[in-house]
Ligand binder design. Structure first.
Ligand code: GDP
Ligand code: IMO
Ligand code: MG
Length: 447
């Protein structure tokens, strides 16, 4: 049986925490797309773990698989594994032979393309994600399995490096460093390959997972990013370069669509919106210079934005820069519920909104005289939508007694949750009232 965890908004909805919550019942946790652009937080025994590539389940000793739909930076992979070992864990991590590998030139190109794009820049994480998926689609990518064969690696590098080097020098006019030196890359990546082999990490992902499922194993699929930044269903071009939706799960693991579809698909919802990156955001509160478009953001609402940002710790982990925040966007969630087929929802960060006098949601959009209940297909149209809001009574700060279940929540908070659940015709499985595992109210366990 499988349970797929999917971000329903713009990423950082608290997916890592929910994987951790339900992960005890899983034998294997699998990432199916993305790479080290993700940052998933697990709080366990008072310790905080931030994982970007290794599946969140490994914090509790569950086998973690990085599927073929992912792009893997071996340097990040080993750093993450080593850090977990230093912290006393024994992570069991397997890597799909068909997963594509991020090379240093991908990171360089990510940076220069962002600069060149100007208004079209997505505010990427700079990890080389886009360029690596470009090489994959361009059939010049290098896969984990290729690293293990020295002749294949040498041959593949020859073409991939010459192509990317020409792009860097002839199109962007940069002076290429060792990131574009095929011999240097060959030596470095053969080193990574030896470690992958010595630790027996490489698997034929689809077969590995299917055989485990046939033998009765339960598998959790850990989505990264969120539906509104999915390459097909998101706010293109301000998106990431993979299918973050549940659609990505079969393609990115080698499991059959029916296997995923027969299981549960849990949508993770942040009780408001946060956004790291550019592009329109109709329910945005306040503004963040450099990310909010010139005509975006509610200029009157910066106090509310600051309140939510401070309560929710919505500041960049590395840069400390404020993240964009906004009210919950129901058309975005209806779009996500339809595209993913959510069987349940986990609504996080309900505590963050506590203390506000009133809480608003974007209930619908108005565009060219029409009322829309879901996202329009172009980002230009989305940017022109005005928001039909719905106002809820706020709820006071509360001291959650999670053991008392759902009834521990203030009545106004329950009204808010019931509205979300009814609008999406999807039951709520869990409610997050704090970052820790013991700060989540569980109504249903999908396993
Ligand atoms: P992910 O990328 O979806 O896994 O989410 P992140 O880990 O990037 O961001 C979520 C942040 O919110 C982390 O710091 C979590 O510890 C924290 N968090 C998760 N759920 C809750 C919640 O219900 N309330 C509060 N206050 N924080 C939460
Ligand atoms: P998790 O898994 C939030 C955003 C970037 C940028 C766009 C493209 O922690 O929810 P990329 O580096 O992927 O090419 O950047 O996607 N982005 C995320 N935003 N959470 C994430 O991951 C993200 N991963 C990428 O900010 O706008
Ligand atoms: Mg994150």
């Amino acid at each position: 049986m499988t349970v797929t965890i999917v971000g329903s908004q713009l990423g950082d909805e608290g997916k890592g925490g929910i994987v951790d919550l339900y992960g005890d019942s899983a034998d294997i946790v699998v990432r199916y797309q993305g790479g080290d652009n993700a940052g998933h937080t697990v709080v366990h025994d008072g310790e905080t773990y931030k994982l970007s590539l290794v599946p969140s389940g490994v914090v509790r000793g569950t086998t973690g698989v990085i599927g073929n739909g992912c792009v893997i930076n071996p340097e990040t992979l080993f750093e993450e594994i080593d850090t977990l070992r230093e912290r006393g864990l024994e992570p069991d991590v397997r890597i799909a032979a068909r997963a594509h590998v991020i090379f240093p030139y991908h990171r360089v190109l990510d940076g220069i393309e962002e600069e060149a794009k100007d208004d079209l820049a997505a505010g990427t994480t700079g990890r080389g994600i886009g360029p690596t998926y470009e090489d994959k689609a361009g059939r010049r990518g290098i896969r984990v399995g290729d690293l293990l064969d020295s002749d294949v690696l040498r041959k593949r590098l020859e073409y991939a490096v010459s192509h990317n080097r020409a792009l860097a020098t002839e199109v962007y006019g940069i002076d290429p460093g060792e990131e574009f030196d095929a011999e240097h890359l060959y030596e470095t990546y053969r080193g990574f390959a030896r470690r992958l082999e010595n630790e027996g990490m490489v698997v034929n992902c689809g077969e590995f997972l299917s055989s485990k499922i046939d033998a009765g194993a339960t598998v959790m699929l850990e989505g990264a990013q969120g539906t509104a930044i999915d390459i097909d269903h998101g706010i293109y071009p301000y998106v990431t370069s993979s299918n973050t939706t549940a659609t990505g799960a079969p393609a990115g693991t080698g499991l059959a669509p029916a296997t995923i579809g027969d299981g549960e698909i849990v949508g993770i919802v942040k009780a408001y919106l946060s956004r790291v990156g550019t592009g329109p955001l109709p329910t945005e509160l306040g503004r963040v210079e450099g990310q909010t478009p010139a005509d975006g953001g509610d200029r009157e609402a910066s106090d509310t934005a600051t309140y939510i940002r401070d309560e929710g710790g919505e500041y960049g982990t590395v840069t400390g820069r404020p993240r964009r925040v906004g009210w919950l966007d129901m058309p975005m969630l209806r779009h996500a519920a339809r595209a993913n087929g959510f069987t349940g929802l986990a609504v996080n960060h309900l505590d963050v909104l506590a203390g506000l006098e009133e809480v608003q949601v974007g209930h619908a959009y108005e565009l060219d005289g029409e009322t829309l209940h879901s996202m329009p297909p172009t980002t230009e149209q989305w940017g022109r939508c005005s928001v039909v809001t719905k106002t809820f009574d706020g709820w006071p700060e509360f001291d959650p007694v999670v053991e008392n279940g759902y009834e521990t929540l203030p009545a106004a908070a329950r009204t808010y949750l019931e509205y979300i659940s009814e609008e999406l015709s999807t039951p709520i499985y869990a409610v997050g009232v704090g970052p820790g595992r013991t700060e989540t109210i569980v109504l249903e366990d999908p396993f």
